[in-house]
Design a protein around this ligand. Sequence first.
Ligand SMILES: [Zn+2]
Length: 298
Amino acid sequence: MKRQYIFLSVLFLLALNIFCWREVFALSEEKMLEVDFLDVGQGDSIFIKTPEGHQIIIDGGPNSILLQKLAERMPFWDKTIDLVILTHPEKDHMTGLLDVLQNYKVDYFLWTGVIKNSAENKKLAALLEEAQKPKRNFLASLDGKSKSTKILIAKAGEKIMAGEVLIDILFPHENLNNQEPKNTNDTSVVSQLIFGNNEFLFTGDISSSAEKKLVNGGADLSASVLKVAHHGSKYSTSDIFLETVKPGIAVISVGKNSYGHPTQETLKRLEEFGIKILRTDTNGDVNMVSDGKNIILK
Ligand SMILES: [Zn+2]
């Protein structure tokens, strides 16, 4: 009996020890911000995990690969995304988000609300309408799906706090909800994520004309990491924009394409500014970790 008691005590202490170490590791991991530029082919998709554990997705890429990437990064029981940002409703940024809306509960969905006449956009509208309805199903309420998705219309000046992380919306300058522009690229949501001394600038597919508006708008655009606009198109990433943003690292989200992305012109401009270039087509997933002071490439 006594031997059994000692054995159980040792087992209990061992379990406690493992639990404590797990907590210590969890604490040290918690202080880091993770920014993952996902290799989704020709398109954009970025997965962000804040030091407090908020999960944020910017764009969903051109296919269903995002679901697989999320499964590798999130525990299987976690079916909630805190914030989804759709920069603009084009297939190469939106398609994967249709899957996310069908498989995850999204707390906040931020976009411009611009209208584009396409089958994908009709599907998005239907999914967003459904997501906004409160769920009354008992099983759905168990995993938090009883809450409905809140739609936010992006406009410069808005700020989102996720623990210690701040997301500043810098573009578009006007509310574009329900407008139907000819070209949606220059309606892209541009956001700056700030964690301590590290800033990440996400630019969607804006051209140099929107870059000029941003520079003239006077907002602080400086960033440690720049997500290069429009997959490295020569009509974006202008000299004046690079002079203002002054990034140390540029990430080009690009896959096999017929547009010549990324173009030699853009690559040359980035090189002339001495900016380190990372590409999802050659580097695969580009994973960065920040403690608010330094950015480490994984
Ligand atoms: Zn694009």
